[in-house]
Design a protein around this ligand. Sequence first.
Ligand code: HAM
Length: 428
Amino acid sequence: MFLQKTPYKGARDFYPEDKRIQDYIFSIWRQVASSYGYEEYDAPIIEPLELYTAKTSEEIVDQQTYVFEDRGGRKVTLRPEMTPTVSRMVAARRQELAYPLRLFSIPNLWRYERPQKGRMREHWQLNVDLFGVDNIAGDHEIIQLADQIMQKFGAQRDMYTIRLNSRELINHITKNILGLDEAKSQEVIRQIDKKDKIDAFGFDKSIKELIGDKTDKLLGLLGCPEITNLPDELKDLPAVKRLHKLEMMLARDEIVNAKFDITLMRGFDYYTDIVFEIYDNNPDNNRSLFGGGRYDGLVGKFGVEPLPTAGFGMGDVTTKEFLDCHGLMPQLDTRVDLGVILIGDVYQQASSIIKELRNGGLSVAVDATDKSIDKKIKSADKSGYKNVLFIGEQEIAEQKYKLKDLKTSQEDLLTIEKILGKIKFKDN
Ligand code: HAM
């Protein structure tokens, strides 16, 4: 029996061409987050399990964590999300840190899910979180930043929708309007969260099983397409007024694809007010791309003074699918500038020339194998190098080298100085 060549189920190997895509995605994430004044942090991939049992999503803790016991008998898990970790870090330095505090990171996360389109067991997730802003400007900044990332990727407004809702409004509906207790209210929220995954009949039936004769009232409210369609008793709620104000602020930014969606829940228990999710409008990829919201209670869970917080998480898998689906993924070539093909036994004599090329700023890959020149050229082409340089005894003696453009097959006999100028010029 040979060893398996495939990676662990639901995780990916990253060959250079995959890594280039990931680097591209990360670079846009970093650029936009940095442009809003966010600074990068990091943390260990292993956390104590209790960090998640305190306040996250039951589904994640019970079914999706990679839990194990370390050699000291402690229950630990590979982090399934970053929000509890960043809250822990901020709580640990609650007094020393300056607010508003803007943090971002790109951790790899592990969730024991059934691998499928858009869902893996390991994924990388941009986390952008703003600590210490308790008013609507905080929610606005976070959503505007999320939108700016989509714009930087080249997305047009009609390619995606930003769905907005308020957890406070939903809690008001379940507790005050329907009169449900905390446990029932959570069950109803979880059921609404699954709404898109079940058919309308199945959904109505499941709600009826939970709340009986209050079903019609809830379904009526869930059918409200706009904030202005809500009954007056809800329109006057501060939470609804905030949401309405946010909608108007986004419209003023020309973010015209932001829409109220009363059925948007976001799975986590820690969200306290405005939540949002970005959806792909492409019928072939009609799914949630990423999301987040306000979670004012999490930092306080660590026994320090509570801190208003809003943020979001955006995965690399859904981002890549969006870019592929809309033809937005750029051509990402190898970063090797030049393949050097040695002719004859010149490895040692060629080394100072190659050094000069590298010192001149080029990325140079040398083929010093005994293969035929033809095979070396083919291999350079297969590696994606655009240019090859031939170095043999004659070239070394004359200090001029043949540079071949593998795309156009054009050949030039040039000095090192000219080669450096030509390749750098082409790249810029
Ligand atoms: P989440 O909705 O669980 O939120 O994940 C955020 C995003 O991460 C998803 O919308 C998706 O892009 C990506 N994602 C999540 N799970 C997977 C998976 N199994 N495979 C591929 N991609 C995945 C959170 O995790 C919150 N902690 C986000 C947050 C940050 N809220 C406030 N701050």
